[in-house]
Design a protein around this ligand. Sequence first.
Ligand code: HAM
Length: 420
Amino acid sequence: MKFQASKGTYDVMPDQVHIWQHIETVIREQARIYGFKEIRTPVFEDTALFVKGTGDTTDIVQKEMYTFTDKGQRSITLRPEGTPPVLRALIEHNSLKEQPYAKVFYLAPMFRYERPQAGRMRQHTQFGAEVLGSQSPLADVEVIALLFFTLQKLGLGGLSLRLNSLGCSQCRPLYRQKLMEYFKPMLPGLCDNCQERYDRNPLRILDCKVDQAKFKAAPEMKDFLCGECKIHFQTVQDRLKDIEIPFTLDKNLVRGLDYYTRTAFEVVSQHLGAQDALGGGGRYDGLMEELGGDPTPGVGFGSGLERYILALKNQGVNLPLEKRPDVYIATLGDEAVKKGSLLCTQLRQKGLICEQELLGRSLKAQMREAGRLNARYVVLIGEDEIKKGVVTLKDMDGHSQTEVPLGELVINVLKYCQCE
Ligand code: HAM
């Protein structure tokens, strides 16, 4: 029997991993600059956390969770999204008692039982960030800026930000009611998904890909926003303009999670297909309380790294190359192998990427290997070199070579490599 990675999952093989590491480094650096501290929560949680947090009317909870009963008869779910676990952890550790607000980020795998396609996996990796404890529209702008400028920093182009306000517990109920009145007569002509959503979450009918064209005259949330929500939304837009993040208002952007209030946003890429959201998020002022914490406003985003890579490739961005070895040590004869292996360790201790032959192959095969690895220099130690107490240092780019006394090699190679 041949095993394969499970459907909707993938391996990052060693020749690709540097791309991931590069993206992760940029993300960590950006998060640090914006003052977000990393948080790491478990890969699985009690199922009830997501039912309550993500919301039992969402597709995630209804259809997509990896849920199982463990040997202690507990219902456990592999984390489908990062927000409820982060809030659970902050509540559990009383984090907001020690500081007025918290800014955290995560870089972690998420699991959703979805129909796999380009940009939609059953295990995906999210960079997410959350600000807990601030009602200020500046917090909304801060998370949007962190997402948007990180994507830009990575070389992603063709980005656009879609923005909407979903109102609050004061103003949304009336809007919901008006929306239901509007949809009611057309309901029999709408798709199964819309019909299902009518009672559960009528706002989500608005982002139906099949029927959306029929809703041109639907009531708009902006006409129902209360005074405070209006000011909040306007301030978010004004501050985004100040920092030159272009956006479009999208009255149909409702997002697939139950907890959003006020700001909702998505950053999409023109270099992706149907799954074009590189990231999305919004404000969720009632969620902390819903999960048993003190009433605490919150805002954040999640974004999928698999989609970053897809968009970068589609866009034709030169992804960073794997770092080449500084030195390959080719040896012939027992004495040379001993000297070579010692040199290899000495060069590594000086911080150079150094490879040596591990299969005892011929010099010719070792030179081929150095070429395959794209080593910058080859240190060649054969019987002649041992007799003369030197090594041959081959410059693989300049196609030249010099003899260097063995004792001066480390210092010489270091000098060459550091000049580059
Ligand atoms: P979400 O929109 O469900 O939001 O996911 C965030 C991002 O994760 C998406 O925009 C997409 O880039 C990526 N993503 C989601 N599902 C998949 C998948 N199956 N395969 C590949 N990528 C995927 C959330 O998860 C919220 N927790 C975001 C948030 C944080 N809102 C407030 N704070």
